[in-house]
Design a protein around this ligand. Structure first.
Ligand code: GCB
Length: 651
């Protein structure tokens, strides 16, 4: 490893760092997922990289070289609290061999995500800076890479959050505190959101080639026509490193089983599909998640050729004041709030975990999750598309307080950039059902109205085919943003954060609260969070907070209310918080993380998972598929879809 070169990078880094251009990054467009094709070559740089932390007081001096896996959060990989709790820059580097055959091609370096701010260098030269975790960014590195030799790739990441990052946080200097004594310069990162601020290179790093003139983006939308056909509209954009080159486009459309059924020419077009094989959510059809492929072929005057294969589903979402529908059929959300979170890798991509999580989602009989509280990895979204799991796709705007930045657009611009990156990345995904602008922002402050008007308008200019929400934790009488959005998603922890220990009030309170949302705003309403912290294996009867019995009892009480409201037509779904236990900062209210999971952090079921499974399968049968055979090993009957007072008696 060329440490001398890395140190040279470290020394020049801060002086060299350019200002970021918003909305677009100073890199290249990163929304098309990299793929191999007959004209493109993809190389993974994932593996064990060299890693150094920069001391906060002296960020230009790296120290302590360590092996570090990529992708992964770095926090939980070592035995050092100083690494776990590090604040500031961390430096990664690796060597990437590039074959001679890449000479003459365009080369792109793409990072799936790095949290929070990143600067990327190739052979010591800065190629891109990016701020915001959870979304990809890329740089054209054609002029920096040396084909036929090893190239040094260096990525610096900084986890510092401020008033104008999304999410927000602040570095609190404590050494001038008058009540407690701290070492000189002592500071900690403080933030209001309820998950650990994991940092590092969280998603795959790849190098890939394209021809000098290349396919830059593909947009596909689908509509269902009254005569039973479907219309597939596409738009292809191309770009070039050459000053003068023109390209022609041809496309072919392949059915889910791979047979080509239509051809078209031109960068924009429309294809009619008879007897379309629709994309359906899980348990709404015997074959959920069916996807077509649009093969896009480019031929340029320069002789360059490119091919990109874009998957998509033929399906149409619709919504009105009461109902959400897929392909004209009302859909009731049986879902989860989730996190990208697991032992050791923190928020790092982990394929065994992803496959296991989707197996569990299917086992429970859920049909939806929310990417609480940031856009998830493309590999997770691929699984949702393929397995028919609906997604509420959320920006990283969790617990924002924009009043702190009144009169300053930097926070809004960062938020718009994240929204832009999320919608451009996920626009073609059949699973993405609703765009969520934020979670639990201060939506009853007057500043919220102009702020959210900008966000909503921007989202609608990028995509008019999906409804928009912002997940709310206000009360209907104080809420200011709900009139701007299409679906009300509201979080409320009856029997947990209020009336702790009193499950007997939940039914009444939940029904009252969610009914008020609908009556005030006349929109479909989803309970987007409810739940209770539960230590797996802790049992108390009669129920007591933190026990498995309390979690299940709290759920059963909520189910009563959900059933009553579902019958009224405007209650569009329930999403338990959370799929699995997850890590948070150290806090007196968190016992090594948030324990509201239905599964443990190791993905083993708590009692609650069995209860939820019986409800979700029962709901699927009631709402989507009357003859749906229930799993033979279902532990309870589907009684929670047909509750009466005997099954859940009042105390
Ligand atoms: C919420 C937040 C979520 C928390 C959850 C909790 O309202 O949206 O991020 O983790 O409550 O458990 O307190």
């Amino acid at each position: 490893m060329k440490w001398s070169l890395l140190l040279a990078v470290l020394v020049t880094a801060s002086a060299d760092r350019p200002k970021r251009a918003r909305l677009a990054d100073d890199g290249v467009f990163a929304s098309l997922q990299p793929q191999d094709s007959e004209y493109r070559e993809l190389r993974s740089l994932d593996g064990v990289w060299q890693f150094r932390l920069a001391p906060r007081a002296d960020p230009e001096r790296g120290f302590r070289g360590l092996p570090m896996p990529v992708p992964s959060s770095y926090n939980d990989i070592t035995e050092h609290a100083s690494v776990r709790d590090h604040l500031g820059w961390a430096w990664y580097s690796t060597e990437a061999w590039v074959p001679r055959s890449w000479a003459g091609q365009r080369a792109v370096l793409r990072v799936g995500s790095a949290h929070y701010t990143a600067s990327v260098y190739v052979n010591g030269a800065l190629v891109v800076t990016h701020s915001g975790g959870h979304l990809p960014f890329a740089a054209d590195v054609t002029d920096r890479l040396q084909p036929g030799q090893a190239n040094l790739v260096t990525v610096a990441v900084n986890n510092t959050l401020t008033d104008v990052t999304v999410p927000q946080g602040r570095t609190v200097y404590k050494d001038n505190n008058t009540n407690y004594v701290y070492p000189a310069g002592y500071a900690t990162l403080e933030y209001n959101f309820d998950f650990f601020n994991y940092a590092g290179i969280h998603r795959p790093v790849v190098l890939y080639t394209t021809p000098p003139t290349f396919i830059d983006d593909v947009v596909v939308t689908t509509t269902l026509e009254n005569d039973g056909t479907a219309t597939v509209k596409y738009h292809v954009s191309t770009s070039s490193r050459l000053s003068d080159d023109s390209a022609t486009i041809e496309v072919s459309l392949a059915t889910p089983d791979g047979s080509v059924m239509a051809e078209a020419a031109g960068s924009t077009g429309s294809i009619s599909v008879t007897a379309p094989q629709l994309w359906w959510p899980y348990l709404m059809d015997a074959q959920p998640g069916r996807q077509y492929t649009l093969e896009v072929r480019m031929a340029a005057a320069s002789g360059a050729r490119d091919v990109y294969r874009q998957k998509f589903g033929i399906r149409q979402f619709s919504w009105n004041a009461t109902t959400l529908a897929v392909n004209g059929r009302p859909v009731y959300i049986r879902g989860f709030g989730m996190h990208e979170d697991s032992d050791l890798r923190g928020k790092g991509l982990d394929l065994p975990l992803i496959v296991k999580d989707f197996n569990l989602i299917e086992w429970v009989g859920a049909n939806c999750f929310r990417t609480s509280h940031y856009p998830y990895a493309e590999e997770i979204m691929d699984a949702a598309d393929a397995r028919g799991i609906l997604v509420i796709d959320e920006t990283p705007a969790v617990s924002l307080d924009y009043s702190a930045t009144a009169g300053d657009d930097r926070l809004l611009n960062e938020h718009l950039a994240a929204l832009d990156g999320m919608i451009r990345r996920d626009k073609n995904r059949p699973s993405v059902f609703i765009w969520s602008l934020s979670n639990e922002a201060k939506t009853s402050q007057p500043e919220a109205v102009p702020y959210y008007t900008r966000l909503v308008n921007y989202a609608r200019t990028l995509d008019g085919t999906r409804p928009i929400t912002a997940v709310l934790n206000t009360y209907p009488d104080a809420e200011l943003v709900a009139p701007l959005i299409d679906v009300v998603c509201a979080n409320r922890y009856f029997g947990w954060y209020s009336d702790t220990g009193h499950t007997e009030v939940i039914e009444l309170q939940s029904e009252h609260f969610f009914t008020l949302w609908h009556e005030t705003f006349h929109k479909p309403v989803i309970n987007s969070e409810y739940g209770a912290d539960t230590v797996a294996g802790l049992h108390e009867e009669p129920t007591f907070v933190f026990s498995e019995e309390y979690q299940t009892q709290l759920m059963a009480r909520n189910f009563h209310a959900f059933e009553a409201m579902r019958a009224r037509g405007w209650f569009a779904g329930e999403m338990i918080w959370n799929f699995a236990d997850f890590m948070t900062k150290q806090d007196t209210t968190r016992v090594v993380g948030n324990r509201k999971g239905i599964f443990t952090r190791q993905r083993q079921p708590k009692m609650a998972a069995h209860l939820l499974r019986s409800r979700y399968w029962g709901l699927a049968r009631l709402t989507d598929w009357p003859d749906l055979p229930l799993p033979a090993d279902l532990m309870f009957s589907d009684s929670y879809t047909a509750l009466d007072d005997d099954q859940c008696p009042a105390p």
